[in-house]
Design a protein around this ligand. Sequence first.
Ligand code: HEC
Length: 117
Amino acid sequence: MSFTVLQDDAWKAPPEAKELKNPKPGDKKSIKAGAKVYKQFCVACHGSSGKGDGPGSKALNPKPADHTSERVQAQTDGELFWKITNGKGMMTAWGPMIKEDQRWDLVNYVRTLAGSK
Ligand code: HEC
């Protein structure tokens, strides 16, 4: 069976995720910590600048999300945190593998990728 997913039907976090509050300020320390974890676990698929073009992305469908995009950046911290925690398909559920505060560091780091080339 095959089906087409329209952009509008793209992966959505549940409504309660929207309200999750980021307990970590997006300061230098958190962003630096997030960058380190991102390099270790995320770059393989999402690419070194977060565009979704890492070496591991080639065989994937759907492709890893472009973290620089408006669509990703328009989501709340809570939604991004929820997606990182719970995963979907080839996007790993990182909840059991990356500590909660480090997942918030990742969210803070992903914010710095907005619009990067
Ligand atoms: C094995 C490849 C792979 C790795 C490694 C990976 N991802 Fe993903 N990621 C994906 C794919 C594929 C999607 C798209 C899933 C979909 O839309 O069905 C995705 C989607 C996402 C999304 C959702 C964006 C959106 O709203 O569509 C976020 C946020 C994300 N990844 C963050 C991360 C972070 C942070 C890491 C590192 C801890 C990571 N990913 C590691 C493959 C990966």
